[in-house]
Design a binder for this molecule. Structure first.
Ligand code: SF4
Ligand code: MG
Length: 271
């Protein structure tokens, strides 16, 4: 943190630290960082009341680049450290920055317990379906059959759907968005910040070095509804003028979010 500024009326540049941003050129993390720095002034909070806590991974460099308080912590443990802070300092806005490896492999246990406890945390899960920092091994969200350095004959594992996991832990707010849709990302950050309790925001994030184009199909207009759906527990979501979403049972018996379908709906508001 370079300065502590007590006045409000902050600008996006006030949330940029003096650190050189050191992600690869074209990394989706840049977009999320810029969106966050542009969005934070709208909260009207002092910088010293905002905290970013990360684990280990490419996205976990996030706290260095924010001119707020922050902590680059240990692998998978950011939700646990953030839980301690959030329960002792409820006046703070506490954000967790994590990735698919950090949150869903070594940190899976911490993630689900933070969600079930409904700690007042906003968890940003950067999902690039790969281990980027360690140079391209398959992760818990890599698709079956994926060829990587650690799966030279193709991954055998069925991937986690992070939102299904969160819904299974009875998270009170879940959402998914895409790094290159700045407007959508900002609207979800706003909704998450306003939510009192745990909010899990999955962000499909391109890794142009080790998993380039993994989410390109989701940039098509017709696919948009599959990726962006904020849901507060027990409530159907109205997304757009005539579209409603809900938590649904998928073909594998797991949970997903999609357009309302009364034959598959699991959680909805009967009112
Ligand atoms: Fe971004 Fe991938 Fe480079 Fe990591 S390895 S900084 S995720 S582009
Ligand atoms: Mg990753």
């Amino acid at each position: 943190m370079t300065t502590v500024d007590l006045e409000l009326g902050l600008k996006p540049k006030d949330f940029k630290s003096d650190q050189e941003v050191r992600w690869c050129p074209g990394c989706g993390d840049y977009v999320v960082l810029n969106a966050m720095q542009s969005f934070l002034p709208s909260l009207g909070l002092k910088r010293e009341n905002i905290v970013f806590i990360s684990g280990i991974g490419c996205s976990s460099r996030f706290p260095y680049y924010m001119n707020t308080y922050g902590m680059h912590s240990i692998h998978g443990r950011a939700p646990a450290i953030a839980t301690g802070l959030a329960v002792t300092r409820p006046d703070l806005s506490v954000w967790v920055v994590t990735g698919d490896g950090d949150a869903l492999s070594i940190g899976g246990n911490h993630l689900i317990h933070a969600l079930r406890r409904n700690v007042n945390l906003k968890i940003l899960l950067f999902n690039n379906r790969i281990y980027g920092l360690t140079k391209g091994q398959y992760s818990p969200t890599s698709e079956t059959g994926k060829l990587t350095k650690s799966t030279p004959m193709g991954s055998l594992d069925h991937p986690f759907n992070p939102l299904s996991l969160a819904i299974g832990a009875e998270a009170t707010f879940v959402a998914r968005t895409l790094d290159n849709d700045r407007a959508q990302l900002t609207s979800i950050l706003t909704a998450a910040a306003q939510h009192r309790g745990s909010a899990l925001v999955e962000i499909y994030q391109n890794c142009p070095i080790f998993n380039d184009g993994a989410f390109d199909v989701l940039k098509e207009p017709g696919e948009k509804e599959q990726r962006l759906i904020p849901v507060e527990h027990g409530q159907p979501i109205r997304f757009g003028p005539d579209r409603e979403h809900a938590v649904l049972r998928n073909d594998r018996g797991g949970l997903e979010i999609g357009p309302y379908d009364e034959n598959r709906v699991v959680v909805h508001d009967a009112t």
